[in-house]
Design a protein around this ligand. Structure first.
Ligand SMILES: [Zn+2]
Length: 101
């Protein structure tokens, strides 16, 4: 998949990175259809976060389609919400997460 990767302060590039995998039973993999840069990304972009490493993937606000779910959320319950493969999902930092139907 393609991802925006941090290369160093004030330097990001779109790179091909490995496809994501379910690592935690509460994980979801979302095929991103729309995304944007958030103001908090600017702190990472500018190099203010000392934990950033070359190649780290940026981005946390997006819309997309759920393509895979961990065992704890597969057609089940996550924080009072039901998740299903094929469902549209919206994630933003203000709400933390959201679902569109
Ligand atoms: Zn944000």
């Amino acid at each position: 998949m393609k991802a925006v990767c941090w290369q160093g302060a004030n330097n990001v590039q779109v790179e091909t990175v490995p496809d994501p995998k379910i690592l935690n039973p509460r994980d979801a993999i979302v095929k991103v259809t729309t995304t944007a840069i958030c103001g908090s990304d600017l702190h990472l972009y500018n190099g203010f976060n000392p934990t950033m490493q070359k190649g780290d993937i940026l981005g946390h606000e997006f819309m997309g389609e759920i393509v895979e779910l961990g065992s704890a959320v597969r057609n089940g319950n996550a924080n009072g919400k039901t998740l299903s493969i094929g469902e549209a999902l919206l994630h933003d930092s203000k709400e933390g997460r959201g679902w569109l139907r």
